[in-house]
Design a protein around this ligand. Structure first.
Ligand SMILES: Cc1ncc(COP(=O)(O)O)c(C=O)c1O
Length: 367
Protein backbone atom coordinates (compact mmCIF):
# COMPACT_ATOMS: atom_id res chain seq x y z
CA UNK A 1 0.00 0.00 0.00
CA UNK A 2 1.10 3.54 -0.66
CA UNK A 3 0.71 5.41 2.61
CA UNK A 4 2.82 8.47 1.93
CA UNK A 5 2.56 10.10 -1.44
CA UNK A 6 5.89 11.88 -1.17
CA UNK A 7 6.63 13.78 -4.36
CA UNK A 8 10.14 13.19 -5.61
CA UNK A 9 12.66 14.73 -5.82
CA UNK A 10 12.40 15.65 -2.15
CA UNK A 11 14.80 16.62 0.63
CA UNK A 12 15.44 13.88 3.19
CA UNK A 13 13.50 15.97 5.72
CA UNK A 14 10.33 15.42 3.66
CA UNK A 15 10.57 11.62 3.70
CA UNK A 16 8.49 9.49 6.05
CA UNK A 17 10.68 7.66 8.57
CA UNK A 18 12.02 5.12 8.93
CA UNK A 19 13.12 4.89 5.29
CA UNK A 20 15.74 2.88 3.46
CA UNK A 21 18.13 5.12 1.53
CA UNK A 22 20.50 4.18 -1.27
CA UNK A 23 23.33 6.53 -2.17
CA UNK A 24 23.47 5.99 -5.91
CA UNK A 25 26.90 7.53 -6.45
CA UNK A 26 28.45 5.22 -3.86
CA UNK A 27 26.70 2.19 -5.32
CA UNK A 28 27.89 3.05 -8.84
CA UNK A 29 31.49 3.32 -7.58
CA UNK A 30 31.19 -0.01 -5.76
CA UNK A 31 29.87 -1.67 -8.92
CA UNK A 32 32.62 -0.18 -11.11
CA UNK A 33 35.38 -1.04 -8.61
CA UNK A 34 34.34 -4.69 -8.25
CA UNK A 35 33.92 -5.05 -12.03
CA UNK A 36 37.46 -3.71 -12.47
CA UNK A 37 38.79 -6.04 -9.77
CA UNK A 38 37.19 -9.09 -11.42
CA UNK A 39 38.50 -7.97 -14.80
CA UNK A 40 42.03 -7.59 -13.44
CA UNK A 41 41.84 -11.06 -11.87
CA UNK A 42 40.55 -12.50 -15.16
CA UNK A 43 37.39 -13.96 -13.60
CA UNK A 44 33.75 -13.57 -14.46
CA UNK A 45 31.66 -11.64 -11.91
CA UNK A 46 28.36 -13.18 -10.90
CA UNK A 47 27.05 -10.92 -8.09
CA UNK A 48 24.66 -12.36 -5.52
CA UNK A 49 21.19 -10.86 -6.05
CA UNK A 50 20.13 -11.43 -2.42
CA UNK A 51 21.90 -8.21 -1.43
CA UNK A 52 19.82 -5.77 -3.47
CA UNK A 53 16.74 -7.76 -4.53
CA UNK A 54 16.28 -4.73 -6.73
CA UNK A 55 16.11 -4.87 -10.52
CA UNK A 56 17.52 -1.40 -11.25
CA UNK A 57 20.57 -2.36 -9.17
CA UNK A 58 20.88 -5.66 -11.05
CA UNK A 59 20.69 -3.79 -14.36
CA UNK A 60 23.53 -1.51 -13.27
CA UNK A 61 25.62 -4.58 -12.40
CA UNK A 62 24.91 -6.17 -15.79
CA UNK A 63 25.78 -2.92 -17.56
CA UNK A 64 29.17 -3.00 -15.78
CA UNK A 65 29.89 -6.48 -17.11
CA UNK A 66 28.39 -8.95 -14.64
CA UNK A 67 27.77 -12.26 -16.46
CA UNK A 68 24.55 -12.93 -14.57
CA UNK A 69 23.60 -13.46 -10.94
CA UNK A 70 23.82 -15.82 -8.02
CA UNK A 71 20.50 -16.46 -6.28
CA UNK A 72 19.57 -17.95 -2.93
CA UNK A 73 15.83 -18.43 -3.42
CA UNK A 74 13.44 -19.57 -6.11
CA UNK A 75 11.76 -16.16 -5.94
CA UNK A 76 15.07 -14.48 -6.79
CA UNK A 77 15.52 -16.83 -9.75
CA UNK A 78 11.99 -16.13 -10.97
CA UNK A 79 12.31 -12.36 -10.58
CA UNK A 80 15.53 -12.28 -12.59
CA UNK A 81 14.25 -14.66 -15.26
CA UNK A 82 11.09 -12.55 -15.63
CA UNK A 83 13.31 -9.50 -16.08
CA UNK A 84 15.43 -11.30 -18.68
CA UNK A 85 18.48 -10.79 -16.48
CA UNK A 86 20.78 -13.39 -17.91
CA UNK A 87 22.62 -16.41 -16.73
CA UNK A 88 21.78 -17.54 -13.18
CA UNK A 89 23.31 -19.78 -10.52
CA UNK A 90 20.80 -20.94 -7.91
CA UNK A 91 23.40 -21.56 -5.21
CA UNK A 92 21.05 -23.25 -2.73
CA UNK A 93 20.27 -26.92 -3.33
CA UNK A 94 16.60 -27.31 -4.36
CA UNK A 95 15.10 -29.80 -1.88
CA UNK A 96 11.44 -30.77 -1.60
CA UNK A 97 8.86 -31.27 -4.36
CA UNK A 98 8.00 -27.60 -4.86
CA UNK A 99 11.61 -26.51 -5.33
CA UNK A 100 12.46 -29.57 -7.45
CA UNK A 101 9.65 -28.86 -9.87
CA UNK A 102 10.54 -25.15 -9.90
CA UNK A 103 14.16 -26.05 -10.72
CA UNK A 104 13.05 -28.15 -13.67
CA UNK A 105 10.74 -25.50 -15.10
CA UNK A 106 13.23 -22.66 -14.47
CA UNK A 107 16.02 -24.69 -16.13
CA UNK A 108 13.70 -25.30 -19.08
CA UNK A 109 13.44 -21.50 -19.47
CA UNK A 110 17.23 -21.56 -19.97
CA UNK A 111 20.44 -20.31 -18.41
CA UNK A 112 20.00 -21.74 -14.91
CA UNK A 113 22.65 -23.75 -13.10
CA UNK A 114 21.78 -25.36 -9.78
CA UNK A 115 23.73 -26.46 -6.69
CA UNK A 116 24.11 -30.08 -5.63
CA UNK A 117 26.06 -31.50 -2.70
CA UNK A 118 24.74 -35.07 -2.28
CA UNK A 119 23.02 -37.94 -4.05
CA UNK A 120 20.04 -37.32 -1.76
CA UNK A 121 19.67 -33.82 -3.21
CA UNK A 122 20.40 -34.91 -6.78
CA UNK A 123 18.21 -38.03 -7.12
CA UNK A 124 14.78 -36.31 -7.10
CA UNK A 125 16.12 -33.60 -9.43
CA UNK A 126 17.43 -36.23 -11.84
CA UNK A 127 14.10 -38.03 -11.81
CA UNK A 128 12.03 -34.88 -12.37
CA UNK A 129 14.37 -33.51 -15.05
CA UNK A 130 14.40 -36.82 -16.94
CA UNK A 131 10.61 -37.06 -16.79
CA UNK A 132 10.36 -33.55 -18.24
CA UNK A 133 13.00 -34.22 -20.89
CA UNK A 134 15.20 -31.45 -19.47
CA UNK A 135 18.93 -31.50 -18.68
CA UNK A 136 19.85 -29.31 -15.72
CA UNK A 137 23.42 -28.00 -15.46
CA UNK A 138 24.80 -28.12 -11.91
CA UNK A 139 27.83 -27.24 -9.80
CA UNK A 140 28.97 -29.33 -6.85
CA UNK A 141 29.13 -27.23 -3.70
CA UNK A 142 32.40 -27.56 -1.78
CA UNK A 143 32.73 -26.81 1.94
CA UNK A 144 36.05 -24.99 2.20
CA UNK A 145 35.57 -24.30 5.92
CA UNK A 146 32.24 -22.53 6.35
CA UNK A 147 30.60 -25.67 7.71
CA UNK A 148 27.25 -25.07 6.04
CA UNK A 149 26.38 -26.74 2.75
CA UNK A 150 28.81 -28.59 0.50
CA UNK A 151 31.07 -31.60 0.67
CA UNK A 152 34.65 -31.51 1.96
CA UNK A 153 37.24 -30.97 -0.79
CA UNK A 154 38.54 -34.55 -0.54
CA UNK A 155 35.04 -35.98 -1.19
CA UNK A 156 34.19 -34.03 -4.35
CA UNK A 157 35.64 -36.41 -6.95
CA UNK A 158 33.88 -39.45 -5.48
CA UNK A 159 30.59 -37.52 -5.43
CA UNK A 160 31.13 -36.37 -9.03
CA UNK A 161 31.57 -40.02 -10.09
CA UNK A 162 28.35 -41.06 -8.33
CA UNK A 163 26.40 -38.10 -9.73
CA UNK A 164 27.63 -38.87 -13.26
CA UNK A 165 25.37 -41.94 -13.25
CA UNK A 166 22.21 -39.80 -12.90
CA UNK A 167 20.38 -38.83 -16.10
CA UNK A 168 18.96 -35.34 -16.55
CA UNK A 169 21.85 -33.60 -14.77
CA UNK A 170 25.06 -32.23 -16.28
CA UNK A 171 28.13 -31.26 -14.24
CA UNK A 172 29.64 -27.87 -15.05
CA UNK A 173 32.06 -27.37 -12.17
CA UNK A 174 32.46 -26.57 -8.49
CA UNK A 175 31.64 -23.64 -6.19
CA UNK A 176 32.13 -22.57 -2.60
CA UNK A 177 30.95 -19.75 -0.37
CA UNK A 178 33.91 -18.85 1.81
CA UNK A 179 31.75 -17.36 4.58
CA UNK A 180 34.32 -18.50 7.13
CA UNK A 181 36.45 -15.49 6.19
CA UNK A 182 34.10 -13.34 8.27
CA UNK A 183 35.73 -14.88 11.37
CA UNK A 184 38.87 -12.79 10.76
CA UNK A 185 37.59 -9.49 12.18
CA UNK A 186 40.48 -7.09 12.74
CA UNK A 187 43.10 -9.21 10.96
CA UNK A 188 42.94 -8.51 7.23
CA UNK A 189 46.25 -10.28 6.41
CA UNK A 190 44.94 -13.50 8.01
CA UNK A 191 41.65 -13.06 6.11
CA UNK A 192 43.50 -12.61 2.80
CA UNK A 193 45.68 -15.67 3.45
CA UNK A 194 42.59 -17.74 4.25
CA UNK A 195 40.95 -16.43 1.05
CA UNK A 196 43.93 -17.45 -1.08
CA UNK A 197 43.82 -20.86 0.56
CA UNK A 198 40.16 -21.18 -0.48
CA UNK A 199 41.05 -20.35 -4.09
CA UNK A 200 43.93 -22.84 -4.09
CA UNK A 201 41.72 -25.54 -2.58
CA UNK A 202 39.07 -25.02 -5.25
CA UNK A 203 41.60 -25.15 -8.08
CA UNK A 204 43.02 -28.40 -6.68
CA UNK A 205 39.50 -29.85 -6.37
CA UNK A 206 38.73 -28.91 -9.98
CA UNK A 207 41.98 -30.54 -11.16
CA UNK A 208 41.09 -33.76 -9.33
CA UNK A 209 37.56 -33.79 -10.76
CA UNK A 210 38.92 -33.19 -14.27
CA UNK A 211 41.55 -35.91 -14.01
CA UNK A 212 38.84 -38.34 -12.94
CA UNK A 213 37.28 -37.66 -16.34
CA UNK A 214 34.49 -35.27 -15.36
CA UNK A 215 33.83 -31.82 -16.83
CA UNK A 216 34.78 -28.95 -14.53
CA UNK A 217 34.97 -25.66 -16.47
CA UNK A 218 33.57 -23.55 -13.63
CA UNK A 219 35.64 -22.90 -10.49
CA UNK A 220 33.54 -20.40 -8.56
CA UNK A 221 34.31 -18.65 -5.26
CA UNK A 222 32.09 -16.10 -3.66
CA UNK A 223 32.08 -13.53 -0.90
CA UNK A 224 32.76 -9.86 -0.35
CA UNK A 225 35.51 -10.32 2.26
CA UNK A 226 37.15 -12.89 -0.04
CA UNK A 227 36.87 -10.76 -3.19
CA UNK A 228 40.44 -9.45 -2.85
CA UNK A 229 42.03 -12.87 -2.45
CA UNK A 230 40.19 -16.05 -3.52
CA UNK A 231 39.43 -14.98 -7.15
CA UNK A 232 43.06 -13.92 -7.67
CA UNK A 233 44.28 -17.52 -7.53
CA UNK A 234 45.06 -18.70 -11.09
CA UNK A 235 42.52 -21.31 -12.16
CA UNK A 236 39.54 -19.71 -10.39
CA UNK A 237 37.07 -18.70 -13.10
CA UNK A 238 34.29 -16.86 -11.28
CA UNK A 239 33.66 -14.54 -8.29
CA UNK A 240 30.25 -14.15 -6.65
CA UNK A 241 30.49 -11.25 -4.19
CA UNK A 242 27.12 -9.81 -3.26
CA UNK A 243 27.34 -7.41 -0.33
CA UNK A 244 29.95 -5.26 -2.14
CA UNK A 245 27.21 -3.48 -4.09
CA UNK A 246 26.17 -1.62 -0.92
CA UNK A 247 28.75 -2.70 1.70
CA UNK A 248 27.77 -2.36 5.37
CA UNK A 249 29.18 -1.93 8.86
CA UNK A 250 30.26 -5.56 9.07
CA UNK A 251 32.27 -5.26 5.86
CA UNK A 252 33.93 -2.14 7.26
CA UNK A 253 34.83 -4.15 10.40
CA UNK A 254 36.32 -6.85 8.16
CA UNK A 255 38.42 -4.34 6.21
CA UNK A 256 36.52 -5.05 2.96
CA UNK A 257 35.49 -1.41 2.60
CA UNK A 258 35.86 2.07 4.07
CA UNK A 259 32.79 3.57 5.75
CA UNK A 260 32.61 6.10 2.86
CA UNK A 261 31.76 3.19 0.55
CA UNK A 262 28.62 2.18 2.47
CA UNK A 263 25.76 3.04 0.13
CA UNK A 264 22.81 1.91 2.24
CA UNK A 265 21.48 3.69 5.32
CA UNK A 266 18.28 3.70 7.31
CA UNK A 267 16.85 7.19 7.82
CA UNK A 268 15.25 7.53 11.24
CA UNK A 269 13.93 10.26 13.51
CA UNK A 270 14.32 10.79 17.22
CA UNK A 271 10.85 10.30 18.70
CA UNK A 272 11.67 10.65 22.40
CA UNK A 273 14.52 11.81 24.64
CA UNK A 274 14.24 9.96 27.92
CA UNK A 275 15.02 11.60 31.26
CA UNK A 276 18.04 9.31 31.69
CA UNK A 277 19.45 10.49 28.35
CA UNK A 278 18.52 7.42 26.30
CA UNK A 279 17.23 8.48 22.91
CA UNK A 280 14.43 6.53 21.21
CA UNK A 281 14.10 6.47 17.43
CA UNK A 282 11.54 5.07 14.99
CA UNK A 283 13.96 2.47 13.52
CA UNK A 284 13.87 -0.84 15.35
CA UNK A 285 14.41 -4.45 14.35
CA UNK A 286 11.84 -4.22 11.53
CA UNK A 287 13.86 -1.41 9.95
CA UNK A 288 17.36 -2.77 10.55
CA UNK A 289 16.93 -6.57 10.77
CA UNK A 290 18.38 -8.35 13.78
CA UNK A 291 21.61 -9.32 12.02
CA UNK A 292 24.42 -9.09 14.50
CA UNK A 293 27.34 -6.71 14.45
CA UNK A 294 30.80 -8.04 13.64
CA UNK A 295 32.21 -5.18 15.73
CA UNK A 296 29.88 -5.94 18.65
CA UNK A 297 28.16 -2.55 18.75
CA UNK A 298 24.49 -3.32 18.30
CA UNK A 299 21.90 -2.98 15.56
CA UNK A 300 23.74 -0.59 13.27
CA UNK A 301 26.23 2.25 13.26
CA UNK A 302 24.93 5.76 13.97
CA UNK A 303 28.07 7.68 14.99
CA UNK A 304 31.32 6.88 16.81
CA UNK A 305 29.95 8.36 20.06
CA UNK A 306 26.47 6.78 19.85
CA UNK A 307 25.62 3.14 20.63
CA UNK A 308 22.55 1.46 19.13
CA UNK A 309 22.51 -1.41 21.56
CA UNK A 310 18.82 -2.21 21.93
CA UNK A 311 15.93 -2.42 19.51
CA UNK A 312 12.27 -3.34 19.77
CA UNK A 313 10.25 -3.97 16.65
CA UNK A 314 9.63 -0.30 15.84
CA UNK A 315 11.88 1.51 18.31
CA UNK A 316 15.64 1.93 18.47
CA UNK A 317 17.42 2.77 21.74
CA UNK A 318 20.49 5.00 21.48
CA UNK A 319 22.95 5.68 24.30
CA UNK A 320 26.42 7.21 24.61
CA UNK A 321 27.84 10.74 24.83
CA UNK A 322 26.69 11.68 21.31
CA UNK A 323 23.03 11.47 22.26
CA UNK A 324 23.07 14.56 24.52
CA UNK A 325 22.72 16.90 21.53
CA UNK A 326 19.75 15.02 20.06
CA UNK A 327 16.21 16.40 20.16
CA UNK A 328 12.81 15.01 19.16
CA UNK A 329 12.45 15.27 15.37
CA UNK A 330 16.17 15.08 14.60
CA UNK A 331 17.08 12.93 11.60
CA UNK A 332 19.79 10.26 11.80
CA UNK A 333 21.21 7.87 9.19
CA UNK A 334 22.12 4.41 10.43
CA UNK A 335 24.52 2.14 8.54
CA UNK A 336 23.18 -1.43 8.83
CA UNK A 337 25.32 -4.24 10.18
CA UNK A 338 24.36 -6.44 7.25
CA UNK A 339 22.97 -4.81 4.10
CA UNK A 340 21.33 -7.98 2.77
CA UNK A 341 19.27 -8.61 5.90
CA UNK A 342 18.18 -4.96 6.04
CA UNK A 343 17.07 -4.84 2.38
CA UNK A 344 14.89 -7.89 2.97
CA UNK A 345 12.90 -5.89 5.56
CA UNK A 346 11.85 -3.26 3.01
CA UNK A 347 9.47 -3.07 0.05
CA UNK A 348 11.55 -0.32 -1.51
CA UNK A 349 14.39 2.14 -1.13
CA UNK A 350 14.77 5.85 -1.84
CA UNK A 351 17.62 6.59 -4.20
CA UNK A 352 19.50 9.60 -2.85
CA UNK A 353 21.84 12.09 -4.42
CA UNK A 354 23.44 14.03 -1.56
CA UNK A 355 20.56 15.10 0.66
CA UNK A 356 17.88 14.70 -2.00
CA UNK A 357 15.76 11.62 -2.67
CA UNK A 358 15.36 11.40 -6.42
CA UNK A 359 13.41 8.16 -6.98
CA UNK A 360 12.05 5.13 -5.17
CA UNK A 361 13.09 1.66 -6.34
CA UNK A 362 11.05 -1.34 -5.28
CA UNK A 363 12.58 -4.49 -3.87
CA UNK A 364 11.39 -7.86 -5.09
CA UNK A 365 11.49 -11.57 -4.23
CA UNK A 366 11.37 -11.12 -0.45
CA UNK A 367 10.10 -14.00 1.71
C1 LIG B 1 26.46 -19.04 -2.08
C2 LIG B 1 26.86 -17.63 -1.86
N1 LIG B 1 27.57 -16.99 -2.80
C3 LIG B 1 27.96 -15.71 -2.67
C4 LIG B 1 27.61 -14.99 -1.54
C5 LIG B 1 28.02 -13.54 -1.44
O1 LIG B 1 28.82 -13.27 -0.30
P1 LIG B 1 28.85 -11.83 0.36
O2 LIG B 1 27.54 -11.60 0.99
O3 LIG B 1 29.99 -11.89 1.34
O4 LIG B 1 29.12 -10.85 -0.72
C6 LIG B 1 26.86 -15.60 -0.53
C7 LIG B 1 26.47 -14.89 0.68
O5 LIG B 1 25.84 -15.37 1.58
C8 LIG B 1 26.47 -16.96 -0.70
O6 LIG B 1 25.75 -17.61 0.22
Amino acid sequence: VTVFDTRLPAPLDALPTPALLLDQARMSRNIADMAARAGAAGVRLRPHFKTSKCLPVARAQLAAGAVGFTCATAAEVAALQDAGAGDLLWAHAPVGPAKVSFAVSAAARGSLTIAVDSMAVAAPLSEAASAAGVTIPYLIEVDTGHGRAGVPPESVTALASELARLPGLELRGVFTHEGQLARHVGDRPALEAAGRHVGETMVAVAAAVTSAGHPCQVVSVGSTPGATSAPEVPGVTEARAGTYVFYDANQVALGSAASEQCALTVLTRVVRVRADGTVITDAGVKAMSSDISAAGNGFGVVAPDIDFTLANEEHGFLTGPGTTKLRVGDLLRVVPNHACGTVNMWSGMYVVDGDTATQRWTTTARH
